[in-house]
Design a protein around this ligand. Structure first.
Ligand code: AMP
Ligand code: GLY
Length: 427
């Protein structure tokens, strides 16, 4: 098979690497890709959000399958467009990707189908939103943009002044663009976060190995929310018992709910969960593989990813046995100084070999470009240094020792990835 991967971050690098392992894959293409991906896939400079451009590229390359990895093109209906042209795809159609595209939609779905999540209200009027916050008078309170905001459109306000600022920045100053014209205000959930990615063909759901993301920019969960600064898998706080409970209360009910709504979800469904004292609750759904969760989950997959893609496409996932390694995996993201706010790019990256790798770990490229055989930074999250090991501790040691060998001006990474998981911090 020849496969075109749409996207250009660390997640896409991890998907490319997993597909590369398949004996069924002949040629890999990626658009737009990045410096590291270009070492294992032929890259084309078409943006993932350039829907017409990706369709045109697909018509030129005629791949056997197009794997759409990022949220925006999924929400914008790229899969629908490609299917209309007769292409096999991986990823949900727009009417199912809305699960991530609109928090107002996903919250209403959870309410209707009794899927546990934080209590909430939605608002399109800033004054009404502030009046509601004052009336509730409960802090922290969580304020979210309705639409996509690169994982950054969520503010946890500790008091009224912070809440008012958050509402104002989203709804009036439109700091997160149009995605802030409708907001969701919800109850703060206290607990431990777990990510569970799951394969689903619209009927059957097969959860992958669990993981733990580290969303805040700095150690000890300080600083702003980012797209994710590091991950470990499996998440040791997500026990077999909790997994069984989640299957009954969250995973199956969600897939069934989408089916009942006439929006069958095919692809990878991302469950962001909070393990609270009252049980697991949904923090968010995403309509795609997580980034950087994919970087630690896919290396543990033992089944051929192409077999899974085919089973989902043919809607017979039920009959496929998906196997996982019992190792652990850790990923440390090296970011540009200043991320998730303003940062500089174009810095030369030192410590990588000609394939963009460094000994002992696998380096997934997130925001890099390759120029005359040298790698330069080209984004906020630059590299995801990943290692597998027999224990989480050995995976983390390996990933950190590789990260230490890599440098660029103003590089920053968290030093405490996996610490909570290792300490087994309970709720
Ligand atoms: P989201 O984009 O909805 O995943 O939110 C980003 C991050 O904000 C989550 O991963 C949580 O760490 C935090 N968060 C979101 N909603 C809540 C909530 N209701 N209670 C506590 N933390 C939350
Ligand atoms: N790591 C969080 C996300 O992919 O949304």
């Amino acid at each position: 098979m020849n496969i075109l991967i749409v996207g250009g971050g660390g997640r896409e690098h991890a998907i490319a690497r997993a597909l590369k392992k398949s004996p069924k894959v002949e040629k890999l293409y990626c658009a737009p890709g990045n410096g590291g991906i270009s070492k294992i896939a032929e890259c084309f400079p078409v943006k993932a959000t350039d829907i017409d451009g990706i369709v045109a590229l697909s018509e030129k390359l005629r791949p056997d399958c197009v794997f759409v990895a990022p949220d925006d093109p999924l929400v914008m209906g790229l899969v629908d467009k490609l299917n209309e042209k007769g292409f096999m795809t991986f990823g949900p159609r727009a009417n199912a990707a809305i699960l991530e595209g609109s928090k107002a939609f996903s919250k209403a779905l959870m309410k209707k189908y009794n899927i546990p999540t934080a209590a909430y209200e939605t608002f399109t009027d800033a004054e009404k939103a502030i009046a509601y916050i004052k009336e509730k008078n409960q802090y922290p309170t969580v304020i979210k943009c309705d639409g996509l905001a690169l994982g950054k459109g969520v503010i946890i306000a500790q008091n009224l002044a912070e809440a008012e600022n958050a509402v104002k920045s989203m709804m009036i100053d439109l700091k997160f663009g149009k995605s802030g014209s409708e907001i969701v205000i919800e109850e703060f959930m206290d607990g431990v976060e777990v990510t569970v990615l799951a394969f689903t063909d619209g009927k059957t759901v097969k959860p992958m190995v669990s993981s733990m993301d580290h969303k805040r920019a700095y150690d000890n969960d300080e600083g702003l929310n980012t797209g994710g600064m590091g991950t470990v898998a499996p998440n040791p706080l997500y026990t077999k018992e909790i997994a069984e409970e989640c299957m009954k209360t969250v995973f199956l009910p969600t897939v069934k709910a989408m089916q009942s709504e006439g929006r069958p979800f095919k692809g990878c469904l991302y469950f962001g969960l909070m393990l609270t004292k009252e049980g697991a609750k949904v923090v968010e759904y995403n309509c795609r593989f997580g980034d950087p969760e994919t970087q630690v989950v896919l290396p543990l997959l033992e089944t051929d990813l192409v077999d899974i893609i085919e089973a989902i496409w043919n809607e017979n996932l039920e009959n496929l046995d998906i196997r996982w390694s019992d190792k652990s995996c850790a990923c440390v993201v090296i970011a540009s100084g200043g991320y998730p706010e303003k940062y500089e790019t174009g810095k030369e990256i030192f410590g990588l070999d000609e394939n963009g790798q460094t000994g002992g770990a696998y380096v997934y490229h997130a925001g890099t470009k390759l120029e005359n055989g040298r790698f330069f930074t080209a984004g906020g999250r630059v590299l995801g240094v990943t290692a597998a090991g027999d224990s989480l501790k050995s995976a983390l040691d390996e990933a950190y020792s590789a990260a230490e060998k890599i440098s660029f001006e103003k590089a920053h990474y968290r030093k405490d990835i996996g610490r909570k998981a290792l300490n087994g911090n309970k709720i």
